[in-house]
Design a protein around this ligand. Sequence first.
Ligand code: MRU
Length: 330
Amino acid sequence: MKPVEWLGDRLMIIDQTRLPQHEIYLELADVHQVAEAIRSLKVRGAPAIGVAAAYGIALGAQQIETQDLEDFRKEYKLVSDEIAATRPTARNLFMAVEQMDTAVGRASDVISAREYLVAEAEKIHDAEIDSTLRIAQNGATLIKDGDTILTHCNTGPLATTGSGTALGVIIEAFHQGKKIEVLATETRPLCQGARLTAWELKREHVPFRLITDSMAGHFMKQARVDMVVVGADRIAKNGDTANKIGTYSIAVLAHENGVPFYIAAPSTTFDERIDKGDEIVIEERSPDEVTHLYGKRTAPEGIEVFNPAFDVTPARYITGFITEKGISKP
Ligand code: MRU
C-alpha cells in the first residue's frame, strides 16, 4: 500500500476519506486537484501532507507553459501559494513549500527548475520514509512486554507515507515480538482513529480495542494504560505541541494518572520560528463535521458549533519527544 506515489506526470493517493469501506486510489492530474485533496483530507496527517504538497508543487510547475525563467517564477509562486493555503497547522506542509521554493531559486533555466522541483519532492518523500523508520525504532525501545498503549487520531503509514510516527512506534514494538495491546481512540469529529488507525492495526494484526474519546480517562484511572503515544502537527520551540483535537485532554488525564505521555514526530514538525504553543494557528473546519457523523446528520439543523481541528498540549505534560534522532525531553 503506497499512500502517496509520484507517477511522473500525476500524483496517485489512496483516498483516506473512503477508508475503511473502500480502498480507492485517485490520480491527481494538476495542482488544483492536489490542493483539494489536502483540504478535504483525502490525503492527511502532517508528514503525508508535506509530501503531497511537495509533489503538488512539482506537478503544478511541470504544467507552467513558458520557457522564460522570470515568467516561470511568477507562475510558480501562484502554484506554491495555492498549496500553502490548503491547511494552516501542520508545520510539514510549510517546510515542504519552503524547501521547494529554495529548489526553484537554484535553477538557472526553466528545464532545470522543473527537474530540481521533482527531485526535491522525491527527496522530501524519501526523508519522511527514512525519519519515520527511525522514529519507530527509537520509540519501540520505550515499550515493554505486556504494555497497553493508548494512541489518538491516525499516525500510521497513511499519515506519513512511511512507517508512521506514534503508530509506527507501536507497530514496530509488536513486530519485535513484544506482547502489547493498543487502545485506539475513535477521534471525533472525523474518526481518523476508528476509520484509519483501526484499519492499519488490523492489517498489521496488532491486538487493539477501539474506544470513544471520552473513555480515555476511565482506562487510565483504572491503571489499564502504561503509556500514551501520539503524533504532532507542529511543535513550538518550548515543546508545546499542536495535535489532533482531544490530545490536550488525554495529556492532562495522563499527567493526573501518572501515565507517561510521548509525542512521536519527525524534525520537519518542529517549528523553530515559534516560541510557544499559543502562536500556533489552529485550523477551524466546517461545522458539518460536528453536526454529522459518517455523512449523516446527528444534530438539529440551524445550530452553531465550534470545530477546531487541533489543540495545543503544553510542554509540561509531555514526558518526551521521539524523533528520528532519538528521544528527548521538552
Ligand atoms: O486533520 P488530520 O487528520 O490531518 O490530523 C492529523 C493529526 O493530528 C495527526 O495526529 C498528526 O498529523 C500526526 S501524523 C503522523
